[in-house]
Design a protein around this ligand. Structure first.
Ligand SMILES: Cc1ncc(COP(=O)(O)O)c(C=O)c1O
Length: 422
């Protein structure tokens, strides 16, 4: 996405300093349009805030026809701040506390239920049932539940992102899920609505997703026989955004699998609501992390050390993700990337972050001559960048700017304060 953005990114770095996250709204809108076109109405579409939890970005996505999918009271609060009512918020996740479950139940008691709560286990179902009984949740204002299925598939992604594998910690077996549904169904005030699953992130092929969808549909079909309102299948996220040149199925390719699978189910057992909750596919390409060069030195090859790294973008250190690094300036002058992959101005360099960990390493890149103070952009950093950042090494979180279609730069979130550290 960098073409045409180098000027605004340099201007943003001058104004707000580095490190800096920037989100290009035109790229964000194009990504949202792509996912919406692949999964048009009546598909239910939610944005997974875990990929990017900056409220103004969530608000942009909400305006583009996506609800919010949250995993904590914190993400729920961000979704509300972004203007979403509870009726547009789904709450899932393995880590829900009693306080969070209680808040979901109180919202229903107050007549503002979440769109649904996806329960993770039989234990969590027992906790919800006990709390709902105590709260005396009235059937007139119920809390709707989905049940997380472990789809027991072999996702075409790295182990760290293969959430839907049988050995992973997420979701229930079909037997556990059936028991959880039976338990919740005894309680006035709870409505058992369907199955939730997520196969994994960065899926490089559609096979595991298709297998998981088939299993989810089978569980819905089985339970729908006796539970007419059990009508929803949420297939999670996982649509990939890979470095340029690496082939990946687009969202439409996943969507094309569904009709045949649904048609194979008897008409009265089919889900009437299908849902997705992508994160990365919406925000990854729109985001850039801008940093400055601190050191350039010879280590048997050129080594470039930046003022940004794993604290702002942990994916390379966490699971070896590759993010392209491009120069915005060279020897103090503006630098524009050319389309020529053999651009003679570029030479190899090993790029490192500034953190006191040797895993803070951004890989090999082709960059022009650089010196201390030059600006670089780390691409495709809009997903799992800011939301996975830390203040390790005493680094306040960077500011966030939004870049408009006219190149204008607007501050969406200020730099964290030194005073808030420690
Ligand atoms: C349950 C669930 N839904 C959705 C997502 C979003 O995944 P992605 O950003 O790959 O679309 C995740 C990511 O971990 C998830 O665990």
């Amino acid at each position: 996405m960098i073409e045409g953005l180098a000027g605004p990114l340099r201007a943003a770095a001058r104004r707000f300093g580095t490190p800096l996250y920037a989100t290009d709204l035109a790229t964000l809108h194009a990504a949202a349009d792509g996912v919406r076109a692949a999964f048009p109405d009546p598909w239910l579409r939610s944005f997974s805030l875990k990929a990017n939890d900056v409220a103004p970005i969530v608000a942009e996505i909400a305006a583009l026809g996506f609800d919010a999918n949250v995993v904590s009271a914190g993400e729920w609060a961000v979704a509300r701040r972004a203007g979403m009512p509870n009726a547009r918020i789904t709450f899932e996740g393995i880590g829900k506390t009693d306080a969070e479950l209680g808040a979901a139940i109180r919202a229903a008691v107050a007549g503002e239920p979440l769109k649904w709560l996806a329960v993770e286990s039989l234990d969590e179902t027992r906790a919800v049932v006990a709390m709902v009984r105590r709260a005396g949740l009235a059937p007139a204002s119920p809390l709707e539940l989905l049940f997380r299925l472990n789809p027991d598939v072999t996702p075409e992604t790295i182990a760290g992102l293969a959430v839907g594998a049988q050995a992973s910690k997420f979701g229930m077996t079909a037997d556990e899920l059936t028991a959880a549904v039976a338990l919740a169904n005894t309680v006035p005030g709870l409505v058992v609505r369907g199955v939730h699953l997520h196969v994994g992130s960065q899926l490089r092929a559609i096979d595991a997703w298709r297998d998981a969808a088939r299993r989810g549909l089978a569980v819905v079909a089985l339970l729908r026989g006796s539970l007419p309102r059990f009508d929803t299948l949420d297939l999670g996220g996982g649509f990939p955004v890979l470095p340029a040149g690496e082939p990946a199925p687009d969202p439409a390719r996943f969507a094309r699998e569904l009709p045949e699978l649904v048609d194979a189910i008897p008409a009265d057992r089919r889900p009437t609501r299908l849902a997705i909750e992508p994160g990365r596919a919406l925000v990854a390409r729109a985001g850039v992390l801008v940093g400055r060069v601190l050191h350039v030195r010879d280590r048997g090859g050129r080594q470039v050390v930046l003022d940004t790294g794993m604290t702002e973008l942990i994916r390379p250190a966490l699971y070896g993700a590759r993010h392209e690094v491009v120069a915005l300036t060279s020897l103090g002058r503006p630098f524009e990337r050319s389309a020529d992959p053999a651009d003679p101005r570029l030479e190899p360099a090993t790029v490192e972050g500034p953190i006191c960990e040797s895993t803070d390493h951004l890989g090999e890149h082709r960059l022009p001559p650089l010196r201390r103070g030059d600006l670089v952009a780390i691409l495709d950093a809009g997903a799992y960048g800011a939301s996975l950042s830390s203040t390790y090494n005493g680094r306040p979180r960077p500011p966030q700017v939004l870049i408009g279609a006219d190149g204008s730069v607007r501050l969406a979130r200020a730099r964290g304060r030194l005073a808030a550290l420690g």
